[in-house]
Design a protein around this ligand. Structure first.
Ligand code: PEP
Ligand code: MG
Length: 576
């Protein structure tokens, strides 16, 4: 244990998974290693062990059912994830096997549970399909729930009231329960920004920082900590001046939020009347209301792959249509941009071989063109939802013009089949593409004649330009969307869009970054798409900017030598 951490301020950098600032005492959840996989019992204890197992199973299932009921009311998109846990927990075959291990192998209930789950997990860990591999993590969570039940130990959620949860990893169920009792923020050692826990944290608007190695060993319960979910920073035992700074920032944010409400109906334009359209990035139907509350002019990005994550399977055409229709109807007459499934890499994929470099593998459009059976269902569902004429389709991970042309041809076939069946759709539904590979940015002039709009995905554009994995905490300092290399690629794409008179927006995280607004306006974007909680703050910054000055600033940033030089230019500008 590192006692020095107790006295002095320490900072740790992780991956920002959900925005916001939290200040509070830590509540450290250390998942204990269960070490009784070979614990034998005397034969006379068999009935007692079987009863213990059943009691633990029943209480865990009842608890889970309660949590699902809460999820259905408060976060309906999470309920299917939790239902998967319940299915694993109540699987008859597994229960039979555990009972047999107790009866015939003379193992304790804990050992029998461990052995059964280990055996199942082995199969899933080795699976090539990432969905199945994810199942191994779910098995761990369910196993731990059962083992906790057997030891009469449950995570005491209530104790975490007003605390910051620090844990090696966190299950969606625990996260939901902690949210219920008013947990302030989350820090985990593992996890990606697309993990279930991160998705949940964002939808509950709770700050979260993930991927901080050994943090659950470093922080002690009751340590005072600050979580900066915007910067991905954890500050342990802050100095009085640090604490004061963050307390002020937190108060300012809250005060700001109250004041920002007034901006909902104001125009999104600079002081010199240059308009920038403000759109929302959403992952679920629930987010539509949040987008409308802040006056989003449309939806700039629906990450449709979240539908797969929620359902745990590729949704049918009907399931998709219901989802797209509901979003399009609720947003009408504002437009909604449905991005085709961006699966592969760190997101879900089905039926794909294991890849050593998945971010450079069969991801996004590559997957879709490889699995046209899946792509066809999605295109048809999106086309059907386009009947109100407020739907746009967007393609992820485009790197070659051929991919775009092949997709267009395929969409024409889908349209022909709908026409044949006399199903109405928008014949002129706009088709756009993400600019998120350096190839797409560099070749933007070649893409522009074939696309109806561009949307720059700075998250991937940064990872591919700087060769820094966006989910790897070890290269988080290299992953810098302010790097001039990334900015120059963005500028190339924006200029190409202008040359062909097609709209160009940004839907990557930089769009909501406080320091970036003037720079992005100056680069010439038409649209910025951000998660709803960031939108009004962004509008406020736009309304304080001047287009002409922003252009000068962008020119300076484009000439800089490094990301830090760009940040300096922007910071100096702010002081003036
Ligand atoms: C991006 O890459 O910037 C983007 C918006 O897409 P995603 O984060 O879903 O990959
Ligand atoms: Mg992307």
């Amino acid at each position: 244990m590192d006692n020095t951490v107790k006295q002095t301020e320490h900072r740790f950098k992780g991956i920002p998974a959900s925005q916001g600032i939290a200040i509070g005492n830590a509540f450290v959840l250390r998942t204990e290693a269960f070490v009784f996989s070979n614990e034998h019992i005397e034969p006379e204890r068999i009935p007692e062990e079987i009863t213990r197992f059943h009691t633990a199973l029943e209480s865990s299932a009842a608890e889970l059912q309660q949590i699902i009921a809460i999820a259905e009311k408060e976060a309906s998109h999470v309920a299917p994830i939790l239902e998967t846990y319940l299915l694993i927990l109540t699987d008859e075959t597994a229960s039979d096997s555990i009972r047999r291990r107790i009866q015939r192998g003379f193992y304790s209930a804990e050992s029998a549970v461990m052995q059964e789950f280990d055996a199942q997990k082995q199969f899933f860990t080795l699976a090539k399909d990432p969905i199945l591999r994810e199942r191994a993590v779910e098995l761990d969570h369910v196993r731990d729930r059962l083992l906790n039940g057997l030891r009469n130990r449950s995570v005491s959620h209530a104790e975490a009231e007003n605390s910051i949860i620090v844990a090696p990893s966190i299950t969606p169920t625990d996260l939901m329960m902690f949210n219920q009792v008013g947990a302030l923020a989350f820090v985990t050692e593992v996890g990606g920004i697309a993990s279930h826990a991160s998705i949940l944290a964002r939808s509950f608007s709770i700050p979260a920082v993930i991927g901080v190695r050994n943090i659950a060993q470093t922080i002690h319960s009751d340590d005072l900590i600050i979580i900066d979910g915007n910067a991905g920073l954890i500050i342990i035992n802050p100095k009085p001046e640090t604490l004061a700074k963050y307390q002020k920032r937190k108060l300012d944010t809250e005060e700001n939020k109250r004041k920002l409400g007034k901006l909902v109906t104001e125009k999104s334009e600079t002081l010199d009347k240059h308009s920038v359209h403000l759109l929302a990035n959403i992952d679920s139907i629930e987010d539509v209301a949040a987008a409308q509350d802040v006056g989003a002019e449309g939806i700039g990005l629906i990450r449709s792959e979240y539908l797969i994550i929620q359902r745990q399977h590729f949704p049918t055409e009907e399931e998709q249509l219901d989802w797209y229709n509901e979003i399009a109807e609720r947003m009408y007459p504002c437009h909604v941009t449905i991005r085709a499934f961006d699966v592969g890499s760190d997101k879900y994929a089905e039926g794909l071989p294991h890849e050593d470099n998945p971010a450079l593998g069969v991801r996004g459009i590559r997957f879709l063109l490889h699995r046209k059976d899946i792509f066809k269902l999605q295109i048809k569902a999106v086309l059907c939802a386009s009947k109100y004429r407020n739907v746009r389709l967007m393609l992820p991970m485009i790197a070659t013009v051929d991919e775009l042309l092949e997709t267009k041809e395929f969409i024409e076939k889908c349209k022909a089949s709908l026409r044949k069946s006399k199903i109405p759709f928008d014949e002129r539904m706009p088709l756009g593409m993400m600019i998120e590979t350096p190839a797409a940015a560099l070749m933007a002039l070649n893409f522009a004649p074939h696309a109806d709009f561009f949307s720059i995905g700075t998250n991937d554009l940064t990872q591919y330009t700087l060769a820094a994995d966006r989910t790897n905490e070890y290269v988080a300092d290299i992953f810098d969307p302010f790097h001039p290399a990334v900015l120059r690629l963005m500028k190339t794409a924006i200029d190409a869009a202008k040359a062909f008179h097609i709209p160009v927006g940004i839907c990557g995280e930089i769009a909501g970054h406080a320091a970036a607004t003037e720079l992005l306006i100056g680069l010439g974007v038409d649209e910025l798409s951000v998660s709803p909680p960031l939108l009004l703050e962004l509008k406020k910054r736009i309304r304080k900017s001047e287009f002409l000055k922003a252009q000068t600033l962008a020119t300076m940033a484009l000439r800089a030598n490094s990301g830090s030089e760009v940040r300096k230019i922007l910071a100096n500008r702010k002081k003036k």
